[in-house]
Design a protein around this ligand. Structure first.
Ligand code: NAP
Ligand code: G4F
Length: 365
């Protein structure tokens, strides 16, 4: 009988963690995830997995070495996917120390726990590195040999994570790898990242529940892929015959402005952009209404504006297809999902309104 694969996913409640858990369960893994205690329910993305026989959750925090050591010692994973992070670049300017502790030292805590527990021969480790490492980019497109120039507290912390993984690989012969992932989005993307902010706003504006969308730098360029395709690549990286680092990207670049154009087009609104910089506006061509404005609140002290990945190595060595989901498909599936979500929010509001009325009339006790 072949040995049971046991995966430990940190950050399982996040966008990528939830998709990866689904993928590994389908592949027959025993899936363990770490969660943090919170005063509100934050397990929406994995609620459908709870109660499944091969799905287990444990409390742990990347800022707390004892909890990390405890969970790894208990689970004895054959693969660890370290996806946990303070992952919002703009927030890293407000909470730089927390970001450094979790996104930099947190990686060390995992590597050192595996080493000290004597699991280095039996456990492979994936680290969620990022295209933000290229930061103030020194070449386009970016590949595994492009120099790094991190340009935010988040990227600086992630750069430590990247190098400590390489160090443990060389110093202790551990199987640990960096996936240098470019932006990847989905219906489950956090609502404050630019793509989701746009698709939600397009849906709300279309349904008359929002008047305007305020954004920062519309000219920023990103290589956006679909999170579901990217978690497949995380798994492939750990199945490779030797530990290596890989750039994961689509090889196609678009601006925030173009993302807006396509998202609004999907809901039947054609946008025209007029003006420049802080004065730029996105106008509904049919009505002349201003739907998008630029606000300095969403500018960053230093912004990364030209990310464009070269996935040649992942294609050649892992057989991964970077273009399974096109940019237009991605925008459309996010918008369609948000159109349904916003419509059902309306229904929920109506139920609440009815309930208030029924309570008042004494119909419901
Ligand atoms: P996400 O949705 O923000 O999820 C982050 C996860 O980390 C959540 O489960 C969160 O838990 C957890 N977490 C945060 N602080 C923690 C702590 N102190 N201890 C334990 N867990 C903690 O991020 P994502 O988009 O899925 O990204 C996954 C990883 O890939 C992150 O490391 C991110 O930096 C990296 N990355 C993402 C992209 C992208 O485009 N999505 C690209 C490159 C790299 P709570 O639910 O409790 O907050
Ligand atoms: O959607 P974003 O916040 O993503 P960002 O900063 O690229 O970071 C994401 O991708 C990284 C991979 O490259 C991950 F490592 C990281 O964890 C995260 O998942 O912003 C994208 C661009 C930026 O240039 C930002 O300045 O969009 C620009 N932008 C313009 N207006 C905005 C807004 N970003 C946000 N979040 N909100 C705005 O209103």
């Amino acid at each position: 009988m072949s040995k049971q694969n046991i995966a430990l996913i940190t950050g399982i409640t996040g966008q990528d963690g939830s998709y990866l858990a689904e993928l590994l369960l389908e592949k027959g893994y025993d899936v363990h995830g770490t969660i943090r205690r919170s005063s509100v329910d934050y397990r929406e993305r994995i609620a459908h997995l709870e109660g499944k026989p091969h799905f287990h959750l444990h409390y742990a925090d990347l800022g707390d070495s004892m909890s990390i050591l405890g969970v790894i010692s208990k689970v004895r994973p054959t693969e660890i996917y370290n996806l946990a992070a303070q992952s919002h670049v703009q927030v890293s300017f407000d909470s730089p120390e927390f970001t450094a502790d979790v996104d930099a030292v947190g990686v060390l805590r995992i590597l050192e726990a595996v080493r000290q527990l004597g699991l280095k021969e039996s456990c492979r480790i994936y680290q969620a590195s990022t295209s933000e490492l290229y930061g103030k980019v020194e070449e386009v497109p970016q590949n595994e040999n492009t120099p790094f120039h991190p340009y935010s507290p988040y990227a600086v912390a992630k750069q430590y994570g990247y190098w400590i993984v390489k160090e443990y690989r060389d110093a202790y012969n551990m199987y640990c790898c960096n996936g240098i992932l470019f932006n990847h989005e989905s219906e489950r993307r956090g609502e404050t990242f630019v793509t989701r902010k746009i698709t939600l706003a397009a849906a709300r504006i279309k349904q008359g529940k929002q008047k305007k969308l305020f954004l920062g730098n519309l000219g920023s360029l990103r290589d956006w892929g679909y999170a579901k395709d990217y978690v497949e690549c995380m798994w492939l990286i750990l199945q490779h015959d030797k530990p290596e680092d890989f750039v994961i990207a689509t090889g196609v670049q678009h601006s925030v402005r173009e993302f807006c154009y396509h998202a609004f087009k999907r809901v039947g609104i054609e946008l025209e952009f007029q003006g420049e910089g802080i004065s730029e506006k996105g106008i509904d061509k049919a009505t002349g209404n201003v739907l998008i404005e630029v606000s300095a609140d969403f500018y960053r002290p230093t912004d990364v504006v030209n990310l464009w990945g070269d996935p040649t190595k992942a294609k050649a060595k892992l057989g991964w297809n970077p273009n399974k989901t096109t940019f237009e498909d991605l925008v459309n599936l996010m918008v369609d999902s948000d159109m349904a979500k916003v419509a059902s929010e309306g229904a929920a509001e109506k139920v609440r309104t009815n309930l208030a009325e029924y309570l008042e009339k004494g119909i419901v006790k």
